[in-house]
Structures are given as C-alpha cells and as structure tokens.
Ligand binder design. Structure first.
Ligand code: PMP
Length: 420
C-alpha cells in the first residue's frame, strides 16, 4: 500500500526523487544536468527557483509570448474558475463563443470556425481528421517538421528517431524537403484532389529554418493547382511570435486550416486550436459528435484565450516582437561574429523566434548550460540538436534585453576559451 502523503519520509518528497520514481529516469537526469534546479514561481520574463535564484526566461518552447502568468489572463481564469470552470456540454457556454470570437477577430480573413483542444498535437489530429473527412487521405509534410507526438501527429513529425519505435503510423504520408517547391510539386503530381499538405511557416523544432522568400505562397499555389488542402501549423509561429500576427499573413497566404497553440496559453493555460474556413469545418458542423473531447473549449481555458488575445492586441505585442526581435537578431549576430566565429555557424530567425546554430550538438548543450549559469533559460531544438533557440516574451524590457545579450556575450566568450 502507498504511504499517505503525511507519513512519507521527507526525502521521498524531494522533486528529484519523485521525478525518478514516478516520471522516469530520463526526466530526472535531464533535471540533474541543469543542477537539479526546482522551479518555484514564474512571472513575466522571470522564473524563480526554490533556492531563490532568478532567471530570465527566454525558453519554455514558445509558450511565454505574453510572459509567464500574465496578470490579465490570471485574473480572467480565476474569475472563470470561481464561477464555472467546466461546463455540462449540453447547454450553451458563453466563454467558448467569446474566445472563438476573439481568436477569429485576429485570424486571417475567412478562418471563422474554431475547434479548441489542449495541445499542439491535438490540433494536428483535428486537422488530419477534417482533411480525411474531405477525402484527402494522402498527407504530405516536410522533412524535420514538427507537429506533435500523438500517433496521427507523429506520422507528420518527420523524424525517424521519434517515429520508428511506434510504426506502423498513419498510411499514405510523404515527407518532402522543406523549402523545395519542386519536391512538393513532384509529390502532388499524382492523385489530384487527394492530398493535404501540412507545413510550418518557419520550421521551429528543426532549428529555426527559414524557407526561401515566397516559399509558402508557392506551396499554397501548388495546393490550389492540385486541389490539395493546405494546413499551416502556426503552433509556434502564430499570434505574433514572428513579429506578425501569423506567418501565413507574412507570406500572403490564407490556408484552409491554421493551427495555433503555445502563445494562446497567455503563459497560463494549456490550450490550442484549429482555425478553419466554414467549408473545411463543414463535417463538424453537420455532426457535433464527430470529433469531441471532454475538455475541448473548457470555460476555464476559454477565459485564458480571450484574455490572451486581448493582451496581445492591447499591449501591441506583435509590433513589439518585430522591433525587439530585429534589434536582438542584429545584436546576437554581432556578438557571435566577434566572440565565437568558429563556434557559431549562423544566427537566424524572425521576430522573437531566434535560432543560434553551433558547430555541433555538444557545443549547443554547452551554450544552454553557460546561459543557465548566467541566469538565462533558452531552448534546445527537438529536431536539430546543434541549434539553441531563443523565444523571449514580447514584453521584454530594455533592461532584460541587455541582460540576455550580456549573458550571450559572456557565455560565448567562455566557450571560445574552452573550445580553442
Ligand atoms: N506544431 C509545432 C509547430 C510545434 O512547434 C509543436 C511543439 N513544439 C507542436 C506542433 C506540438 O505541440 P504540443 O507539444 O503542444 O503537442
């Protein structure tokens, strides 16, 4: 029998022991690599550990676009939690309608229908099901692209390391090189009207890969030509991360479906969505039980969505992301060129999605650790180990920006010595 919480020995309640015991060795080893630091609280661009250390948070894999726990989002969620956190799902629920209204008001024109879910992967699943309901059974995604790890989404997340242990995945999936229009054209040549293309505007987990100019527009044109559906996965890039509301908008493209997540959380609530044209959404219109989930559109999550969209709009975070991002990119490039030209291959990005590509994965690991030593949290890249990603909040102040640059400068200076 399990010991009750009150009589278990204190050491058994240590986060690292609990991780090892219940969440797996790998999780605890990863935590140990970063000094076994334990998160205690987070606010804005700051995360604080239980030993009282404060870190600048430029990590979180993109969820902290509005900073952690934005006060307006927290307040909206608290109010909703007190009144009605979850719904019967039989009566009308005002929160989900208002959230959908807020989200579609900033979405590319024509994407008026919404299906809410919890994770990015679930949004991908929803899009795959809608595509199939429209007879598009062939899926095409891009090599090294990332769309989540549930079985359907994993079929599109084109990296054999994640896929191989779980085969067979969905049938009829083709992966083509990102940025290569000719390869997509070839894949679309057969099976007119049977395919659905899923693509990120900028490949994020692949290591912030920027496509050639005009790529997404050409993808959209090819889809039109071959009557393929176009799903743009903006789970990472959407809602301002690239310094525009959407990567699709930057490319002048109106997809059939658009996936959103991460920033939609307001740094508070795990939530994602698929935006779709009414035509695409039609199968779900007809039968509301065709694609359901107990927690889809939960009032508590919807309060966060509405408040988050309002915060991004009212605080002009999209423009701030563009301005801060451009300045940061220049400064980071200058530092890399001056301090460690032989270690850093490239600094690239758009808005506040910035990738620093190092010579190899070991160096990227070292940069992560050096930055943590200097109290700045950044991300690694799931599909590109030599690339460290910076995803700072758009609320970053000039002082925090300077802090980030100093940490980057000092980290690379130290690494240049170690690796020389
Ligand atoms: N799509 C993209 C573009 C992503 O970056 C991610 C997460 N990194 C996902 C989908 C999957 O989201 P989640 O981890 O919430 O399932």
């Amino acid at each position: 029998m399990n010991a009750g919480l009150s009589d278990s020995r204190p050491s058994e309640n240590e986060p690292i022991d609990l991780h090892r015991k219940h969440l797996g060795r790998g999780r605890s080893q990863l935590a140990a690599l970063f000094g076994g630091l334990v998160e205690d609280s987070a606010s804005g661009a700051r995360v604080t550990t239980t030993d009282g250390q404060e870190f600048l948070n430029c990590g979180g894999y993109g969820v902290f676009f509005t900073g952690a726990g934005h006060p307006r989002v927290v307040e909206a969620v608290q109010r909703q939690a007190e009144r009605q956190a979850l719904s019967t799902r039989l009566f009308l629920d005002p929160a989900v309608g208002l959230a959908a209204q807020a989200l579609t008001s900033v979405a590319p024109a024509g994407l008026d229908r919404v299906h809410f879910s919890g994770s990015g992967a679930e949004a991908t699943e929803t899009a795959v099901k809608l595509a199939r309901a429209h007879g598009r059974r062939r899926l095409i995604s891009m090599e090294n692209g990332y769309h989540g790890k549930t079985v359907g989404a994993l079929s599109l997340t084109a990296r054999s390391f994640y896929q191989d242990p779980f085969r067979p995945l969905l049938p009829d999936v083709t992966h083509v090189p990102f940025g290569e229009v000719a390869a997509l054209a070839e894949a679309l040549r057969t099976g007119e009207g049977e395919a659905c293309v899923v693509v990120e505007p900028v490949q994020s987990e692949a290591g912030v890969i920027m496509p050639p100019p005009g790529y997404l527009a050409e993808v959209a044109a090819l889809c039109r030509e071959h009557r393929a559906l176009l799903v743009v996965d903006e789970v990472m890039t959407g809602l301002g991360r690239l310094g525009a509301w959407w990567g699709s908008e930057l490319a002048g493209v109106r997809p059939d479906m658009l996936l959103v997540g991460k920033a939609l959380s307001g740094g508070v609530m795990p939530v994602s969505a698929v935006l779709a044209t009414p035509e695409m959404f039609e199968p779900f219109d007809t039968d509301p039980f065709l694609h359901t989930s107990t927690y889809s559109g939960a009032p508590i999550a919807m309060a966060a969505v509405r408040a988050t969209v309002e915060v991004i709009r009212d605080e002009e975070l999209v423009d701030r992301a563009a301005v801060t991002g451009a300045r940061l990119l220049d400064a980071l490039r200058a530092i890399a060129a001056e301090r460690a030209p032989r270690l850093v291959r490239e600094v690239r990005g758009a808005g506040l999605l910035i990738g620093v590509e190092l010579d190899n994965a070991a160096m990227a690991g070292e940069l992560l650790l050096e930055m943590v030593d200097r109290h700045v949290v950044v991300n690694h890249s799931l599909n590109a180990h030599p690339v460290v990603r910076l995803t700072p909040p758009a609320t970053l102040t000039p002082a925090e920006e300077a802090e980030l640059l100093t940490a980057f400068d000092d980290s690379l200076t130290a690494m240049a010595k170690n690796f020389s």
